[in-house]
Design a protein around this ligand. Structure first.
Ligand code: SF4
Length: 282
């Protein structure tokens, strides 16, 4: 996009698709409730992707969070997802089955600041606890494996969870200088790495402004030709969660929505979730 093209920018930010319908009527919410109940029952019947070290309640205690903290989080998240209060019990149940959804998280041209923001918070929040509880099958920053073993783990996860995992991408992708990012003993460029993993994912989540729109690496003169995920990956649902770093509440919001519906949230013209926008802007 040419950012000097004011008309193009105006059209992008004022598209009718950016508006949100916050009240869809009783019949709509009744149907949605039934659909979510059914989806949760299916997920509960499944085994966790990876057995959590503790039960969810035990995690709350270890992280020194009370049931009251959790219920406050449930109310806020239900509102953030633009659901009426009667959906709160479903949101609480969704948090407790987060470990049924496999996650692959990769880092391209980034500072790992989005990961750091989740890991190094002084006072943990329920969002951070929930991200800890997720079944993260591969994450270059936090996993113990390295080198060949890491590559094998990644390919095993892709094979085992083909079409089922959520792919989180952190960082921009150098398309103008592909060799600026390579990974593995049989090196893949950032473009190849992202395209390969996106092809087998259920959906792709671009975390942080770098992954969403190119961010800092794309600043003039953009020596590596850095772009966001949506400029490289086509034919897959892509959700942008911009900000530097991304807000953990938006990340959990997207995953909770996926758990409840099996679908990605409604998106605006910039592929951002409409449901979480108020947190990005607050
Ligand atoms: S969006 Fe910010 S925190 Fe995330 S990788 Fe880019 S510079 Fe780092």
């Amino acid at each position: 996009m040419n950012i000097t093209d004011r008309e193009h920018l105006r059209a992008l930010f004022t598209k009718p698709t950016n508006y949100i319908n916050t009240n869809r009527g009783d019949a709509y919410y009744r149907e949605l409730y039934k659909k979510m109940e059914k989806r949760l029952a299916q997920l509960k019947a499944q085994k966790p992707v990876r057995e959590a070290e503790m039960k969810f309640e035990e995690y709350l205690k270890v992280w020194e969070l009370t049931r009251r903290d959790f219920l406050k989080w449930v109310s806020a998240t239900t509102a953030m997802l633009m659901l009426p209060p009667q959906f709160e019990p479903l949101v609480a149940q969704a948090a407790e089955v987060m470990n049924r959804i496999p996650i692959i998280w990769i880092n391209i041209q980034d500072c790992a600041g989005n990961t750091e923001a989740l890991l190094r918070s002084y006072s943990p929040t329920v969002d951070e606890l929930i991200l800890e509880y997720l079944s993260v099958e591969y994450h270059e920053v936090i996993m113990a494996a390295a080198g060949d073993q890491a590559e094998q783990n990644l390919e095993k996860a892709v094979k085992d969870f083909d079409g089922k995992y959520l792919l989180f991408v952190e960082g921009s992708i150098p398309v103008g200088m592909p060799e600026a990012f390579t990974i593995g003993r049989h090196p893949k460029t950032g473009v190849e790495h992202v395209k390969h993993l996106a092809e087998h994912a259920a959906a792709v989540i671009a975390v942080g402004s770098c992954a969403a729109f190119g961010g800092v690496p794309a600043a003039y003169p953009n020596p590596t030709g850095a772009v966001g995920v949506m400029d490289v990956v086509k034919g897959k649902p892509i959700i942008n969660i911009p900000a530097c770093p991304a807000n953990p509440a938006n990340i959990t919001g997207v995953v909770i929505h996926y758990i409840l519906t099996g679908e990605i949230p409604e998106l605006d013209s910039l592929s951002q979730t409409k449901v979480c926008l108020w947190i990005q802007n607050s």
